[in-house]
Design a protein around this ligand. Structure first.
Ligand code: CU
Length: 65
């Protein structure tokens, strides 16, 4: 499955890395790709938990719309 989030506040490579690192630790996540320009974070994996993914984005210091 794949879930895409719009995450405001990402402005540079550090933001991208922070989001990808946190989200990548969520169980079931196989890949995560954050794009600073489009503000989109694409998460792929099995049995993804929306609540856990949003919490990880929050933990990184950003907010999923
Ligand atoms: Cu940044």
């Amino acid at each position: 499955m794949e879930i895409t989030y719009t995450v405001s506040g990402m402005s540079c490579g550090h933001c991208k890395a922070a989001v990808e690192s946190e989200v990548g630790q969520v169980p079931g996540v196989e890949s995560v790709s954050a794009d600073v320009d489009s503000k989109l974070v694409v998460v792929r994996g099995e049995g993804l938990d929306d609540t856990a993914l949003r919490a990880a984005i929050d933990e990184a210091g950003y907010e999923a719309a």
